[in-house]
Design a binder for this molecule. Structure first.
Ligand code: OKP
Ligand code: ZN
Length: 345
């Protein structure tokens, strides 16, 4: 399969995130993409650098103010204090109920609260450049597929599916899957489906397309009553306005086994067929793996071959976009298993 990868992902390398009140090394680490890249090469997949600038697509899925904030965030953090070069920014206040989100403060750490959904999405000096390179990679794969490739894989980090119209969260900054879906639309696909198989609900992707009839969002994930992102991903979220009926959430209890997961996949795929999608984006989280350190589904490495086979049966031009997956040493094999399963079908 044609795949797109850039070493620029390594520019995003924050040191720590919060876990049970303590700072711990980030789960979403540089090595993830290294393992995926190594596995792609080892198993004979063609790897190219990004060759499309995602800039024209970004404002179609994110707000310009958010984009400007994200691009300038590190410079503004440094401007507060040169010693901040050695520190990670952290939001000071979140504009929740009763606070005025319509009056944006000028203070940096307060703005970081405006544009963040959680306390777990650290920024460092290279975050924008890495995230932008990832979005460029997604736009590149979408171009290849719209020009006739059967499928392409975006081997990128940081992930994207929690990043919404105007916020970062869940290790995500720019929504690579949304960029790919929008780029496929721009290239002429009338209807695009996004199938999100990451363990965590893709709240950002859902929010971006919630009122649109041209992009369907279908997600299998851990039930948000107990699993991140907690505040979205319920089965009663079906889309709104023109988008009503084009959003499908299939939450499963934490601990769900592979059989239940594949039943939900079949239900999601039936809806994609009924939608009449002309192209498909798969938000490919591999954190459904039985040994993932932060997730609670039980898929085996062989199950990822099956996943690829099943997705191929939709018979659609397909862009796979890497999302989560934190059992780092198995991540490359698991990702490539999906691609090989797809190509074998
Ligand atoms: C991103 B993706 C632990 C908090 C966990 C949320 C998980 C984000 C998952 N400090 N942070 O969907 O794999
Ligand atoms: Zn995840």
């Amino acid at each position: 399969m044609r795949t797109v990868f850039t070493p620029l992902h390594a520019l995003h390398a924050p040191a720590t995130e919060f876990f049970r009140g303590e700072r711990v090394p980030c789960f979403e680490k540089v090595d993830r993409a290294r393992y995926v890249h190594e596995a792609l090469v080892a198993r004979g997949h063609r790897v190219d650098a990004p060759e499309v600038d995602s800039r024209p697509v970004l404002p179609q899925v994110h707000g310009e103010r958010y984009l400007a904030f994200l691009e300038s965030a590190w410079a503004r953090w440094l401007a507060l204090d040169p010693a901040n070069a050695e520190r990670q920014p952290f939001p000071s206040t979140w504009p929740i109920r009763t606070l005025r989100a319509d009056r944006e403060p000028s203070e940096f750490s307060a703005q970081l609260g405006v544009y963040s959904m959680d306390n777990g999405t650290p920024i460092c000096a290279g975050t924008w450049d890495a995230a932008k390179a990832g979005a460029d990679a997604a736009a590149t794969a979408a171009r290849w597929v719209s020009q006739g490739e059967r499928a392409a894989f975006v081997a990128t980090r940081p992930p994207g599916h929690h990043a919404g119209p105007d916020f970062m969260g869940g290790y995500c900054f720019l929504n690579n899957a949304a960029v790919a879906a929008q780029a496929l639309r721009n290239a002429g696909a009338a209807r695009v489906a996004v199938l999100d198989v990451d363990y965590h609900h893709g709240n950002g992707t859902q929010a971006i397309f919630y009122e649109r009839a041209d992009v369907q969002f279908v997600s299998l994930h851990g039930d948000p009553r107990t699993e991140f992102p907690f505040f979205l991903g319920h089965a009663d979220e079906v889309g709104a306005g023109a988008g009503q009926g084009f959003n499908l959430n299939l939450p499963l209890p934490a601990g769900a086994l592979a059989d239940a997961w594949f039943d939900a996949l079949a239900a999601g795929m039936a809806r994609i067929r009924a939608f009449g999608a002309e192209a498909l984006v798969v938000s490919l989280g591999l954190d459904t793996f039985e040994h993932d350190p932060i997730s609670k589904f039980k898929l085996s490495s062989d199950d990822f071959l099956r996943l690829g086979e099943r997705v191929a049966s939709l018979d659609l031009p397909t862009v796979f976009v890497l999302e989560g997956g934190y059992a780092v040493e198995a991540l490359g094999q698991n990702a490539v298993n999906v691609l090989d399963g797809f190509e074998s079908a």
